[in-house]
Design a protein around this ligand. Structure first.
Ligand SMILES: Nc1ncnc2c1ncn2[C@@H]1O[C@H](COP(=O)(O)OP(=O)(O)OP(=O)(O)O)[C@@H](O)[C@H]1O
Length: 325
């Protein structure tokens, strides 16, 4: 018997059933804070088009600490700038907290930049005002935001609390030039968190730091995530970041291609063990991209043989089949 859901000549009752089934399917990313759906960004310069994002899909839950990794030119900064409200996508959907960044008015975009996101840049010197102390830098966004819930003395208190939480209490009264690069970035995280943004974005925040100092900055992100519940997205080309966060999503050629999820489990013997699993991501049309290392290892090119098994799919090189293209 034909499944009524697949019938090509459906009755009215079949159509009603299909409509009901569709209605009961939750909308894509309904419970996510960040939703990117077939996101496209095309830059045109002197008649030459560059597709920086080529239909990127990504969901980020509230309270997540995740990283985006990818080679230079893969589209990471383009995505960050769109989510920060600094750039506008060409097509597709980019939503933060239910607000669509494609159709947002200029005034709402300004509000988005000021109230919804916090941003930490790679260049340590660009994150802080050089003539203000750390505490003054952290208090400034609260002062600039009219009707801030942190008023008067509470602003100075909150600045002190954030600096202490991020292990930068000793910088309280120092100017940026009196701080190390790592201290400047930890203070920059405090500045970005000052107005309790829904989303904290960081673009290569450890790019100018050595490995040990970079780890301290990641520790500060983890603390902000654990103690304040902040949702944090960190962009980096450093693959080692996978060890620092729960989820690392790889971007390749303007699309998300795979992700690594890291879990800490306590065994029966009470010992902690960390497991990391790699997944390929399926886009909304069901396409998946094999990791470059896999295609290279098996010499996969042009096409491959697929076999559907009970609980998995086999992908084989197209050899010895004798069938032409
Ligand atoms: N304003 C722009 N005008 C033209 N092309 C651009 C612009 N911004 C980015 N691109 C192009 O879009 C592509 C993606 O760039 P993007 O900066 O997002 O990559 P990335 O992954 O952040 O790289 P990197 O790690 O080097 O910063 C690149 O080919 C880049 O040259």
């Amino acid at each position: 018997m034909t499944d009524p859901a697949l019938a090509t000549d459906p009755t009215l009752a079949d159509l009603e059933r299909r409509a009901m089934a569709h209605r009961d399917t939750p909308a894509h990313g309904v419970d996510a804070l960040v939703v990117c759906d077939r996101l496209v960004r095309i830059f045109s310069e002197d008649g030459v088009e560059v597709q920086a994002l080529q239909g990127l899909d990504l969901l980020v839950r509230e309270g997540e600490l995740m990283a985006l990794v990818g080679a230079s030119g893969s589209g990471k900064s383009t995505l960050m700038n769109i989510l920060a409200g600094l750039d506008v996508p060409s097509a597709g959907t980019a939503r933060v907290g239910g607000h669509d960044l494609l159709t947002m008015s200029a005034r709402d975009r300004l509000r988005h930049r000021r109230d919804v996101v916090g941003f930490v840049r790679q260049q340590t010197a660009r994150n802080l005002l050089p003539f203000l102390t750390a505490a003054q830098n952290v208090a400034l966004p609260m002062q600039l935001r009219g009707g801030s819930r942190f008023a008067g003395r509470r602003q100075a208190e909150r600045a002190g609390e954030l600096l202490a939480m991020l292990d930068a209490a000793e910088c309280h009264d120092r100017l940026p030039r009196q701080m190390s690069g790592g201290q400047q970035q930890r203070v920059a995280i405090a500045v970005a968190l000052a107005n309790s943004p829904s989303l904290l974005l960081a673009d290569e925040p450890t790019g100018e730091l050595d490995a040990a100092t970079g780890e301290q900055v990641f520790a500060a992100f983890r603390r902000a995530n654990e103690e304040l519940g902040a949702t944090i997205m960190i962009v980096t080309h450093d693959q080692a970041v996978a060890a620092e966060v729960e989820r690392t999503v790889a971007i390749r050629d303007g699309r998300t291609s795979s992700e690594v999820v890291r879990r800490t489990e306590i065994g029966e013997d009470g010992r902690e063990s960390v497991t990391a699993r790699e997944f390929v991501t399926l886009d909304r049309a069901g396409r998946l991209q094999l990791p470059a290392a896999y295609t290279a290892a098996l010499g996969l090119r042009d096409r491959a043989l697929l076999e559907l098994e009970q609980d998995h799919v086999k992908v084989r090189p197209d050899r010895d089949t004798g069938e032409g293209h």
